[in-house]
Design a protein around this ligand. Structure first.
Ligand code: ZN
Ligand code: ZN
Ligand code: ZN
Ligand code: ZN
Length: 492
């Protein structure tokens, strides 16, 4: 499964189980590997998707050959419902009504079909972590038994031995623990914050251990190919990590999600540092002395030393999250007002504050480009960038996007001030050059995004904007050179 001249090899220890480590020094930006998904499936309880291209179904069609596989249109020409799967489906005592009335059987069924045509794939898949002991008789276990196991047994696709071996529970556990969220095709052309609605299982990537500070940059293109680049230099022998959780959440929230979904407690540097690399992303202001900070955990004030109950902090955070979610299409004024309110309770770099500020950056990008709006956008982008550099060092998508937004505000503001004669050509060029540097740095990271992806298309836009910016700077500088000698001649 691991190619001979690859950048990594599989290791094993008590903490991570099987994981991959660098088999040589890997430089920042190096493509460590790319791979196709072994499985693509909806989220748990999600709707059936096209067996072939994984698109959401607007109308129902069935494969003209096996008459079981559900397709988005009868001519869907994609790759995932291949001839082998089609043949295997034909051998089963199954029709498409069984699928439509039991949508949850689809993915486990498709994995079970590998028994007939790709035993090797099944074997590699079943070696992944399923955490059966954590899951046994849990709610999800019982749900899988009723919705999947019992149905497949009645359909005679599972036998007694399979039930005894918990084959279905194992498949479901492996999917829950090892899949990545990926976008559906042809959607979210330039959206970065829409909910991601498919799960992809990648056999090599599933062996990457977790660290809240990843040393890799992951990207999935429109054809679901996953690219793993080194985000920073990775020395030989070091584990190749990625971050399973959201880097923009605080320690408590990340820990909770990791424990629930992946069944382990993270012990990385960030998780062990209550200041989260001096970002204070989880810190609250002390409601008693109004001087100190409450950091996790125990939530003890750094000034008056009073300890606050965990439940109180949780309630405060839940209430704030609820209010953030309540904003459906907020105005700049409403969010700025809300931000002021938050500043009484939270540190100004708390992750909830940052979440609101990111929403504000988006709103300012769409707002009228007044001097006030542009200045505020610049202020917010600079603040966010400083934090992003600490929590996601090296090649980083959130840094790239923040720099892209920053460059456009800096360039727009420069143009505006110049038009208003607030400064002369020299200052104008200086500011445009600053915007150019920021844009170049953004592109440096965006170029690690696959061409066929929303971020890859953003990279292409950014490149043409860079060309335009360079052109305007050249023209202004050229205009300067031409006007100066003429003036001198006139003087003579
Ligand atoms: Zn399709
Ligand atoms: Zn078929
Ligand atoms: Zn961690
Ligand atoms: Zn205090």
């Amino acid at each position: 499964m691991v190619e001979p001249n690859s950048f990594f090899r599989v290791a094993k220890n008590e903490i991570f189980g099987r994981f991959i480590i660098a088999s040589k020094n890997i430089q920042q930006g190096q493509l460590i590997f790319k791979e196709n998904p072994a499985v693509l499936c909806p989220q748990v309880g999600g709707p059936i998707i096209c067996f072939n291209c994984c698109a959401q179904l607007r109308k129902l069609f069935f494969c003209p050959d096996c008459r079981v596989a559900v397709l988005c249109n009868p001519n869907c020409k994609s790759q995932f419902h291949n001839a082998q799967e089609c043949t295997a489906l034909k051998t089963l005592p199954l029709n498409h009504d069984d699928i439509l009335s039991n949508p949850e059987i689809v993915t486990p069924l498709r994995c079970l079909l590998w028994r007939q045509f790709d035993k090797n794939l099944l074997e590699n898949f079943l070696q992944l972590e399923a955490h059966l002991n954590f899951r046994r008789e849990s709610q999800i276990w019982r749900r899988n038994r009723v919705n999947i196991e019992d149905v497949l047994f009645k359909l005679k696709i599972l036998d007694e031995n399979d039930l005894r071996d918990d084959v279905v529970q194992k498949i479901c556990g492996i999917l829950d623990i090892n899949t990545f969220d990926v976008r559906q095709p042809q959607r979210n052309r330039l959206g970065f914050n829409q909910s991601e609605n498919l799960r992809g299982l990648y056999l090599k990537a599933a062996l990457m251990a977790h660290d809240c500070v990843a040393n890799t940059h992951l990207a999935v293109d429109d054809d679901f190919v996953l690219y793993v680049h080194a985000a920073v230099d990775i020395p030989e022998g070091s584990p190749i990590y990625f971050n399973y959780t959201d880097v923009l959440q605080g320690n408590d929230e990340r820990k909770r999600r990791l424990l629930n979904a992946k069944h382990f407690e993270c012990q990385c540097l960030r998780c062990r540092d209550c200041t989260e690399f001096d970002t204070e992303m989880s810190s609250l202001k002390c409601p008693r002395c109004h001087k100190g900070l409450l950091r996790p955990k125990p939530w003890q004030c750094s000034s008056c030393q009073r300890i606050f109950q965990d439940s109180l902090i949780k309630m405060t955070i839940t209430e704030c999250q609820r209010r953030i979610e309540e904003f459906e299409s907020p105005t700049i004024e409403a969010l700025e007002k809300f931000l002021k309110k938050l500043s009484f309770t939270f540190h100004h770099q708390h992750y909830l504050v940052l979440e609101v500020e990111q929403n504000l950056v988006r709103l300012y990008s769409q707002a009228s480009p007044s001097g006030k709006n542009l200045n505020r956008k610049i202020e917010l982008c600079n603040k966010l960038l400083e934090i992003f550099r600490k929590i996601e060092p090296g090649i980083s998508r959130i840094q790239a996007i923040a720099m892209y937004e920053l460059h456009s505000a800096v360039a727009n503001l420069a143009q505006k001030c110049y038009n208003n004669k607030e400064f002369g050509t020299e200052e104008f060029v200086k500011r445009l050059l600053a915007a150019e540097t920021i844009l170049k740095n953004s592109i440096k990271y965006l170029l690690y995004e696959p061409v066929k992806s929303p971020e890859g298309r953003l990279a292409q836009n950014a490149l043409s904007e860079l060309k335009m910016l360079r052109l305007s700077i050249n023209n202004i500088q050229l205009g300067e050179k031409q006007t100066k000698p003429t003036k001198n001649k006139r003087k003579k």
